[in-house]
Design a protein around this ligand. Structure first.
Ligand code: ZN
Length: 113
């Protein structure tokens, strides 16, 4: 159900973009989903298919771009691929790290007709 509510809010964003672009139809929906966003991509894909049937965007093709996680160590400044959000730096073992990318869940673009 988590993914279904995400799907519904994505379609809301699509509607907003479609209005801004004065689109008559939406052909493609492109999403960016980070691997650490806590979203199951296959569940999201299925939820979107379901939700789209109840929306004006039933025929839109959904493209999901997965974003690989990337962290930066605040101590040594190096970048690495974390397994989880607050991973230690593999170079200096510091826990003073920040996730630069990998948690995004956003509408990247729509292709309007
Ligand atoms: Zn470090």
């Amino acid at each position: 159900m988590h993914e279904l509510s995400i799907a519904l809010s994505i379609l809301d964003m699509v509607a907003l973009e479609a209005i801004k672009k004065q689109a008559r139809e939406v052909k493609e929906i492109e999403l960016e989903v980070g691997r650490l966003a806590g979203v199951d991509i296959s569940a999201l894909t299925f939820s979107l298919q379901t939700a789209q049937r109840y929306s004006p965007f039933e025929k839109a093709h959904v493209r999901i771009v997965e974003v690989a996680p990337l962290s930066r160590c605040r101590l040594c400044g190096r970048e690495f691929s974390p397994q989880k959000i607050f991973d230690r730096c593999p170079y200096c073992r510091s826990d003073n790290t920040e996730l630069v990318q990998g948690r995004e869940l956003r509408l990247k673009s729509i292709l309007a007709g």
